[in-house]
Design a protein around this ligand. Structure first.
Ligand code: KG4
Ligand code: ZN
Length: 349
């Protein structure tokens, strides 16, 4: 099945072309095109995403990306079997741009259109092949389920127990800030630009993760919820107490490294505890924060130590993109899961 996928939930405009086979039990994807137009430089001066600016940029970028795909193969729409578009969660003005664009294409080319859940896109993105055009021969299904999956992004931090590609249960989530949001807020405290995650990671590489004993919120509580706002406040107080060092690079590197280690410790330990309690065969890590090398390494190490398989998307698919929405659309189509074709800002998984 050939799929055209559109993503506009936040600050990346994504249009992708995929070939999907294998069905619900053993899905396989070839990514034929995955065009992403990032708006980061536009939102950067504001320290975060401005919804109306995002909407304006998506409106401008969508036809450009679509034309770029057409340039390679002017008749590609003929081969499309399904169009899919993110309907939520995300910024509603941004989501609407993708939905309206997809509706127009579906009408013009008489193609079926279904809604996709952005969080399911992150969840399935580990199935996407590393290289454009390549179809991965995937690990046998017996090595994956039951799985414990952590989705850590700018808007969400959710832990799931998955029985299969179509059945899962939510174990816990963040009670306040999402993990990526905590990275972004701490970056702002350190006068680093948006988005903060990659900036913190860069500084942390030159710092000492043991320099400052920041708290590991909710680590000892027996549930699978997270909380990151206390950790961010601890960083704020530490910076206030050490105002005179605040501009020193070495000091900033130590703060970044110690904060990153605290956040990573909580994410890894809670995920591994859930994997143990629910007899998981594998751990799946995804979402924008999964781009963090320290988190990937520590999670992989912990999974290996417990004898579990570890799955993480290729780095090209951690931040928002169209290919992951293509995967979510294919799976929703097979699961017969229908999402309303309207923007749903708080859609859940
Ligand atoms: O999944 P995503 O692209 O968008 C949402 O669906 O929210 O995630 C974006 C988030 C941002 O908060 C960003 O700071 C964070 O992912 N992020 C990182 C890294 N790269 C992106 N956080 C930590 N380390 C990184 N290397
Ligand atoms: Zn995302």
């Amino acid at each position: 099945m050939n799929i055209l996928a559109i993503e506009t939930s936040c600050d990346e405009t994504g249009v992708a072309l995929l070939r999907a086979t294998g069905g619900l039990r053993a899905p396989q994807f070839s990514v034929l095109a995955n065009l992403v137009s990032s708006q980061i430089p536009i939102h950067r001066p504001f320290g975060g995403v401005v919804p109306n600016l995002a909407k304006r940029e998506h409106l401008k970028n969508l036809p450009l990306l679509w034309e770029e795909i057409s340039r390679h193969d002017p008749k590609f729409m003929k081969k499309i079997n399904l169009i899919t578009v993110t309907v939520g969660p995300g910024l509603e003005p941004a989501l609407w741009t993708g939905i309206e664009f997809a509706k127009k294409l579906a009408k013009e080319y008489k193609k079926p259109l279904i809604g996709a859940n952005h969080l399911e896109g992150h969840l399935y993105s580990f199935l996407l092949p590393a290289k454009i055009g390549m179809s991965d021969v995937h690990d046998p299904i017996s090595r994956i389920f039951p799985a414990t999956a952590l989705i850590a992004s700018g808007g969400h931090t959710v832990l799931l127990r998955m029985e299969s590609f179509s059945k899962w249960r939510r174990l816990g989530e963040t009670r306040d800030d999402a993990a990526g949001e905590a990275f972004d807020k701490v970056a702002r405290l350190l006068d680093l630009p948006y988005p903060g995650g990659p900036e913190i990671e860069r500084l942390a590489a030159a710092g000492d993760p043991k320099a400052i004993a920041f708290p590991r919120p909710m680590l000892r509580e027996k549930n699978y919820d997270f909380s990151f706002s206390g950790l961010k406040t601890a960083v704020l107080y530490y910076l206030k107490e050490n105002e005179e060092k605040r501009t020193k690079r070495e000091f900033k590197c130590d703060v970044a490294a110690s904060f990153q280690q605290a956040a990573v410790d909580v994410l890894v330990l809670k995920t591994m505890r859930a994997a143990e309690e629910f007899d998981a065969r594998s751990v799946i890590l995804c979402g924008g924060v999964a781009a963090n090398g320290k988190l990937r390494n520590d999670m992989q190490h912990a999974a290996k130590k417990s004898g579990l398989s570890f799955f993480v998307p290729n780095n090209a698919y951690n931040s928002d993109n169209g290919a992951m929405i293509g995967a979510a659309g294919y799976m929703a189509h097979l699961r017969k899961k229908t999402y309303r074709l309207s923007a749903q800002g708080t859609l859940d998984i």
